[in-house]
Design a protein around this ligand. Structure first.
Ligand SMILES: [Zn+2]
Length: 376
């Protein structure tokens, strides 16, 4: 069963009040400031980008290191963040983005910086907004590296969507909206439709290009030497089961994919909430000067890791109170209250941020272990 294909289990009893759709709307189109305030003081980060297309800008963040930072208020051509890494002998890139336009922008920018061979384009995980532009790299003869399971995850889901109509795909989710028990719940279910459409449409328009070089997690950490620039590839589970991070230990820079995101609730559509929190705890032990390039949002330091952990903590704390009070999960999901400090946070959708995460906590506490995600 494809875990996107049908809605979450039917709700029996709902009394929802907490938070409404206006919340997502408010945060969704706010432009991203060029740099977070705290990062403007970091001497590694260039105040001006070397390339700026609105939907993304690329700036230097270290010796041979660049970050591609998306601004979704100006378009979704990249949607995710990425990066360029240049050593003495070769270069690399991170992410295939949501469209070929985004990937082309990053490749063109790399070419404006160096004529060195490009050893690889790395995908942090299999999701559409990090991989759909891979065809640009494939066409340029650049190998696409990813976790060994990334290609099969993509192949199990995306071609199927491409053979389907949006209307058919959304039908069970639309039904759920119609059957919602409260206004709040209806808004939440509508947000799922928006999130799912936002994946389905770009997938249906893309020429898929799968990673063609599998990185075996059992062999990690893997070191890549670009000549005076060493990149260490590590595998963590959290946002998906194919998450990779790319560390540059000598400069304390880490490209994390969606294991870290800024200004949004964790997107738990294929995630493992318990393991994810462990992964974040591990990131908190990285050097205090570490610069993180998250999968979405602005570059940050350890304060960004702490903020994401506290967002997870908040979901867990509210869920735990309700669990201990004997509130069924279906109802607990609707009773989650977005605290003031996360009011400006985007939500991919209520279902894939709050609902799935709370369900996973409930399963853990009740001794039923996590969703088994499969993609067939
Ligand atoms: Zn993403």
């Amino acid at each position: 069963m494809n875990n996107f294909a049908k809605p979450f289990s039917r709700r029996k009893f709902i009394m929802g009040t907490s938070s409404l759709g206006a919340l997502y709307a408010a945060a969704k189109f706010a432009p991203l400031p060029a740099l977070a305030q705290s990062m403007m003081r970091d001497s590694r980060i260039a105040p001006q980008p070397i390339a700026d297309r609105g939907f993304a800008s690329i700036r230097k963040i270290g010796d041979g290191l660049y970050a591609t930072i998306s601004d979704r208020s100006k378009g979704l051509q990249t949607r995710s963040n990425g990066g360029i890494l240049i050593g003495r002998d070769a270069a690399m890139m991170i992410e295939g983005f949501q469209t070929h336009i985004g990937a082309q922008f990053q490749l063109d920018t790399l070419r404006s910086l160096t004529a060195l061979p490009v050893r690889a384009a790395l995908n942090t995980h299999w999701h559409f907004d990090h991989t759909l532009g891979n065809s640009v790299y494939g066409g340029a003869g650049i190998p696409i590296w990813a976790h060994a399971d990334a290609a099969s995850r993509m192949a199990a889901v995306y071609p199927k969507w491409q053979a389907e109509e949006l209307e058919t795909f959304l039908a069970p989710w639309e039904k759920r909206v119609k059957e919602a028990k409260t206004d709040a719940q209806r808004e939440h279910f509508k947000s799922d439709i928006e999130g799912l459409s936002g994946m389905f449409v770009p997938v249906s328009q893309a020429v898929l290009s799968l990673p063609n070089h599998a990185l075996d997690p059992a062999k990690m950490p893997i070191k890549i030497d670009l000549g005076g620039l060493t990149i260490v590839v590590e595998h963590y589970i959290g946002h998906t089961d194919t998450d990779l991070i790319f560390r540059v230990p000598e400069q304390n820079v880490v490209y994390t994919g969606d294991l870290l995101t800024g200004g949004q609730y964790p997107v738990n559509i294929n995630g493992y909430a318990m393991k994810w929190r462990e992964t974040l705890a591990k990131f908190a032990t990285f050097d205090k000067e570490t610069l993180f390039v998250p999968g979405h949002g602005q570059i940050f330091g350890q304060e960004g890791v702490a903020e994401m952990r506290s967002c997870f903590d908040d979901i867990a704390e509210q869920a735990e109170k309700l669990y201990k009070a004997g509130v069924p999960v279906e109802e607990a999901v609707e009773r989650y209250v977005v605290p003031d400090k996360f009011k400006s946070y985007r939500q991919f959708s209520w279902g894939f941020a709050i609902e799935r995460t709370m369900e996973q906590f409930y399963e853990e506490w009740s001794g039923k272990h996590g969703h088994v995600l499969n993609y067939s």
